[in-house]
Design a protein around this ligand. Structure first.
Ligand code: SF4
Ligand code: SF4
Length: 432
């Protein structure tokens, strides 16, 4: 392995703080290019600097003092990455690309001096909105009502098409934000106990999916508690380079959940799960929290991972439908979970599961990507919709709210009314 030059002796440090992409991780890349065919942005743009290898080279260039972290081109190539981590799955050298990308973005945020309006907008979104479930629920309701009342037509007429496209992402059905009971009693013999992580977007707009997850677990003999003091996991903050805010939220969640006498913390949103499992890495430089972060992360389980691990105690009822499963990137690439959701689908009698080409290819949702990079997100959404239509499925199953919204919007743009449902909602239906 080639040692990277020590930037403290040979070059000025161009990354502004300790969240910089780790040189040890960068040095694992041997530039073989095996990740390139799996990279959606490289496939769409055909530019080396928009491939994993190219982006790693750019990070190294900043360490070597050949590029500044506030360089606009550097920021642009980092921003265009989906952070989908498909390159991690493909990489034979074990490059943890997600950690590198989140580190690089944090340095762009720290190095750049954003315009006042952008700084205020980021503060409002990341601190005022996403971190507050009640405000996010109000926002979701406002978005839904605006869409229903025809705001998209008005926005397009006054040449605010970008805002209209954002409203396209709002689900067709009304957001549900009901408060869940603090406990779901297990049905039959108790086989385990878990705490349900309810998330921010999930709590604000998909509370019925949270309730479905709790019911499915309870139906299988698992006691479910829903702690009220938990908060947003901080995934959107970490992906956007706001690692300071992400750490504040992580500490709040650790304090809220770590002492609970439960077997696992269950999460049904792939993006949240991948982030919760990396609390140890997020807090690694904090002497008082690093170990607590690691211990917390070890107890996080995706709902499908946990259910397949303990086994289904209750046989689901019959559902007659032809479905295809689309892998959320942060489940298949971020958590290496792809067999478990398929095993749960296979357990539903009557269900026909058809293969979906490029099921492991990002749909373009990628956190806030469909807001910050709308053109690329739309291209990837179109690609996903084409594959879905070719699959012959009459329903798409996935396991992440962002994917659900993005795929649904992409299908509607193609005039397709194929429904997109969460795996836990489908299982819950099978148990009714
Ligand atoms: S995370 Fe996804 S978009 Fe980014 S470099 Fe890797 S494969 Fe490409
Ligand atoms: S596959 Fe891994 S080692 Fe090869 S270029 Fe991509 S990131 Fe580097």
């Amino acid at each position: 392995m080639t040692a990277l030059p020590d930037p403290t002796t040979q070059h000025p440090i161009r990354f502004p703080n300790a969240d910089a992409p780790a040189q040890e991780l960068i040095s694992r890349c041997v530039h073989c290019g095996l990740c390139l065919p799996t990279c959606p942005t490289f496939a769409e743009l055909g530019v080396e600097m928009d491939s994993p290898r190219g982006r790693i080279r750019l990070m190294k260039s900043v360490w070597d003092g050949r590029l500044d972290a506030d360089n606009l081109a550097f920021a642009d190539h980092m921003a265009k990455c989906l952070d989908c981590r498909a390159c991690e799955t493909a990489c034979p050298s074990g490059v943890s690309f997600g950690k590198l990308m989140e580190g690089a973005r944090s340095q762009v945020v720290a190095a750049r001096r954003p315009k006042l309006a952008e700084a205020i907008l980021r503060r409002v979104v990341f601190r005022g909105l996403i971190a507050s479930p009640s405000r996010l629920a109000l926002f979701a309701r406002f978005g839904y009502l605006s869409k229903r009342l025809g705001a998209r037509t008005v926005l397009r007429a006054i040449r605010m098409g970008r805002l209209a496209e954002l409203l396209d992402l709002v689900p067709e059905r009304a957001p549900t934000a009901q408060r869940l009971p603090p406990r779901y009693a297990p049905v039959g013999a108790t086989r385990g106990s878990v705490a349900l992580f309810t998330g921010c977007v999930m709590r604000a707009a998909f509370a019925d999916t949270n309730a479905a997850t709790a019911r499915v677990l309870a139906r299988n003999g698992i006691e479910v508690v829903v702690p009220g003091s938990q908060t947003c996991c901080g995934a959107l903050h970490a992906h956007a380079g706001e690692r300071g805010d992400a750490r504040v939220l992580a500490k709040r969640n650790i304090e809220a959940l770590e002492d609970l006498p439960v077997d696992a913390f269950i999460v049904n949103a792939a993006g949240c799960g991948a982030n919760l499992k990396e609390y140890g890495w997020l807090l690694k430089d904090d002497r008082d929290w690093a170990e607590r972060g690691e211990a917390f992360a070890r107890r996080v389980k995706d709902a499908s991972e946990y259910l397949v691990g303990v086994g289904l105690a209750a046989r689901p009822g019959e559902l007659r439908a032809t479905v295809a499963y689309d892998d959320p990137c942060h489940l298949i690439h971020g958590q290496k979970i792809s067999a478990q959701p398929r095993a749960l689908l296979a357990a539903i009698p009557g269900l026909t599961v058809v293969p979906l080409a490029e099921a492991d290819w990002c749909c373009g949702s990628a956190g806030t990507y469909n807001v910050t990079q709308p053109d690329l997100a739309r291209q990837l959404g179109h690609r996903k919709a084409e594959r879905i239509r070719a699959s012959g499925a009459e329903m798409i199953v996935t396991a992440n709210p962002g994917c659900q919204m993005q795929i649904e919007a992409a299908l509607r743009r193609e005039r397709s009314d194929i429904p997109v449902v969460h795996l836990m909602d489908l299982l819950d239906r099978a148990y009714v």
